[in-house]
Ligand binder design. Structure first.
Ligand code: NDP
Length: 318
């Protein structure tokens, strides 16, 4: 079976490519820089890559550049989208590649009759940011949508980019008869296959590396291996449909640091919260649909342990 993965050199996509190759798929994978070893080496050494991984050059902003990547595929996994929280020109850096890029990929898909399903990596960024009050008994689920006006007013540009992209994808796929499923992960952690940091693995590093104070924030963590598997199950399980929130644990920074301290007593774990307000509100994220899809969430301590060990291996922990 032939499938396609956009943005294959990325953190999540690298695990997705690894698992797809393990399951015997032929993978047509897009990268922006096929000649940059830092973006491709870790993919080319994966088991099965020699025989069944084909790299293509494609950019979200180049219309038609995904045509050869999706040609002849049964499933397209669209993961590529810029993920960083600081942008000087949010429209050009985040919103255009997310929104126009998603529509570009989907337009390429309309030309390929063999495609049975498109699985898009959306995000909890497109679910949870709507200004609704949160409380420990509030359960966020797949019926929630982030509110573009709320994101814009709050200058949550990445959240806005993912919300607009997902909304446009649902509209386009409905109008064009494409079967689409979205995976909406929280903040993704776990070991890195690629040599460079991405925004979410950096968030663990920021918690442990030198900072004296920790943010008064509640994080929605999920393991990268669970996220990659969810993409695959969303294709392989023909009855999968709609959106899947993927959040293994909702915990305050202080709790994350407590776990890290137990696992790695030698690390310089910050002990003081960055502000003296009460801890930011906890809430829940429904696991029902993800568990029905077949996901058994990796425990947070395992994900954190594997993340830090991976960061240490790469000499990133001071
Ligand atoms: P990475 O930064 O590792 O991956 C992002 C990927 O998008 C890279 O492969 C990057 O290519 C590609 N990309 C960015 N801009 C373009 C462009 N203009 N044209 C082609 N490709 C482009 O991040 P993640 O693996 O974390 O993110 C992957 C997906 O998962 C994104 O859609 C993100 O929004 C989503 N997500 C991530 C979460 C997380 O916590 N990590 C949580 C929820 C959702 P290049 O390598 O060339 O830069």
């Amino acid at each position: 079976k032939v499938v396609s993965v956009s943005g294959a050199s990325g953190y999540i996509a690298s695990w997705l490519v690894k698992f797809l190759l393990q399951r015997g798929y032929t993978v047509k994978a897009s990268v922006r820089e096929p000649n940059d070893a830092r973006k491709t080496e870790h993919l080319l050494v994966l088991d099965g890559a020699k025989e069944r991984l084909q790299l293509f050059k494609a950019d979200l902003m180049d219309e038609g550049s995904f045509d050869p990547v999706v040609e002849g595929c049964e499933c397209v996994f669209h993961t590529a989208s810029p993920f960083y929280l600081s942008a000087t020109d949010p429209q050009a850096e985040l919103i255009d590649p997310a929104l126009k890029g998603t529509l570009n990929v989907l337009r390429s898909c309309t030309k390929v009759p063999s495609i049975k399903r498109v699985v898009i990596t959306s995000s909890m960024a497109a679910v949870a940011f709507n200004g609704k009050p949160l409380a420990p008994d509030v359960i966020i689920d797949e019926t929630w949508f982030s509110d573009p006006d709320f994101c814009e007013k709050s200058k949550l540009w990445y959240m806005l980019s993912k919300t607009l992209a997902e909304e446009a994808a649902w509209k386009f796929t409905k109008e064009n008869g494409i079967d689409m499923v979205t995976i909406n992960p929280g903040l993704v952690i776990g070991p890195l296959l690629q040599p460079t940091l991405n925004t979410s693995s950096e968030s663990v590093l920021k918690l442990i590396n030198g900072a004296e104070k920790y943010p008064n924030t509640t994080f929605r963590w999920v393991d990268v291996r669970d996220v990659a598997n969810a993409h695959i199950y969303a294709f392989e399980n023909s009855s999968a449909s709609g959106r899947y929130c993927l959040v293994g644990s909702v915990v305050h920074s202080s709790e994350t640091l407590e776990i890290l301290h137990k696992l790695f007593p030698e690390l310089k774990i910050p002990k003081e919260c960055a502000d003296d307000k009460p801890p930011s509100t906890k809430y829940q994220v429904s696991k029902k649909r993800a568990e029905n899809l077949g996901i058994k969430f990796t425990p947070l301590d395992v994900s954190l342990k594997d993340t830090v060990e991976s960061l240490k291996e790469k000499n990133l922990v001071s």
